[in-house]
Design a protein around this ligand. Structure first.
Ligand code: ASP
Length: 330
């Protein structure tokens, strides 16, 4: 029987009803006890790392999660992390960069309804997660509502339905039906597993709205080492007579700040070359482009890269090098 480490972090799945709304209460042992069928799938050890709503997750928590898996990597065949759904896609993306080429499954799951509720997705998601963690399903993934999503491509797209996550610009790795795993894609890392333990948290995101002034971008670039701009459609920046985004970005990239252009449209990614409003952006300002990567992945990738180097050419090279299938098109 396979040995799996269950790492509890909180979230709805482990929450109880309090006078001030749902809050994490159950330990990982208590969670496991609620799904006795798991003992037929594998042997489980429990570790309670945090007991927080995932709204309170920070990059420091991501590093601690990666560190725990690093320490225990040789002792287990796979890992299940129970986690709040709200920022699970960010954690999955971050772990995809912090733990690369893992042959062992690292499975994140959670639920939209607490495990103590009569109608809940908790039990099914837990069972499916353990099932995947015992299979030859390498690397970081989210298992949720019968779908297996590679960690670098997940996005929370429904705030209430059980089908909370989508796989963006990439197919599901597998689906689960009545306890059976049907695999669509197999990944087999060829390099040895590699762990990283640092992230640069000075990364901001700006969602463009029509008529926006440059002062917000200016402020974000003052405060951070990198800013990701979610622009419209395939991408571009406005040039109003009162706001010159090109000049603003040029001023900051000259000082070594990094700007990445992405899109606020959830599917199909950016392509700055298409329109006049974006065509000259890369050559004139030195911005990078996210293409088909998710914003969650870009945030985590930039934090991971900037923790290792600030040399622009090296940053550029690493940004456009695919990691864990995060990028297909460039
Ligand atoms: N607010 C909760 C969390 O992210 C939502 C959930 O787990 O579904 O921790």
């Amino acid at each position: 029987m396979k040995n799996i480490l269950l790492i509890g972090t909180g979230g709805t799945i482990a929450s109880g009803v309090t006078a001030e709304g749902l809050a994490p209460e159950l330990s990982s042992e208590e969670l496991l006890r609620q799904v006795p069928g798991i003992s037929k799938i594998c042997r489980v050890d429990c570790r309670q790392l945090f007991a927080i709503d995932s709204t309170n997750m920070t990059p420091k928590h991501w590093v601690e999660l990666a560190h725990t898996i690093h320490r225990e990597y040789e002792n287990y065949d796979g890992f299940v992390i129970t986690h709040g759904t709200d920022t699970m896609a960010y954690t999955a993306a971050a772990l995809s960069y912090l733990i690369q080429n893992s042959r062992k499954p690292i499975v994140l799951t959670g639920a939209q309804k607490p495990i103590g509720f009569e109608t809940t997705d908790s039990r099914m998601n837990m069972t499916d997660a353990f099932l995947c963690a015992t299979q030859d399903m390498p690397g970081v993934q989210i298992v949720f509502n019968g779908k297996v999503i590679i960690g670098s491509r997940a996005c929370k797209t429904h705030s209430k339905s059980f089908q909370a996550f989508s796989s963006i610009n990439y197919p599901y790795l597998a689906v689960l039906q009545d306890g059976r795993l049907l695999r669509y894609i197999s990944h087999a890392p060829t390099e040895p597993v590699r762990f990283y333990d640092q992230l640069n948290e000075r990364v901001g995101v700006l969602k463009l709205i029509p008529g926006m002034q440059t002062d917000v971008l200016d402020y974000l670039l003052e405060k951070n080492d990198a800013v990701i701009i979610e622009s419209f459609g395939v991408g571009g920046l406005p040039s109003y007579d009162y706001a010159d985004f090109y000049a603003c970005i040029r001023r900051h990239t000259k000082k070594g700040k990094l700007v990445v252009m992405t899109t606020q449209v959830s599917n199909e990614g950016s392509d700055l070359a298409v329109y006049h409003v974006g065509h000259r952006l890369k050559s004139e300002t030195g911005v990078l482009e996210a293409y088909d990567m998710t914003t969650e992945a870009v945030v985590a990738k930039v934090m991971w890269i900037l923790a290792q180097t600030t040399d622009f050419e090296e940053v550029r090279k690493r940004f456009y090098t695919p990691v864990a299938c995060d990028l297909l098109y460039n």
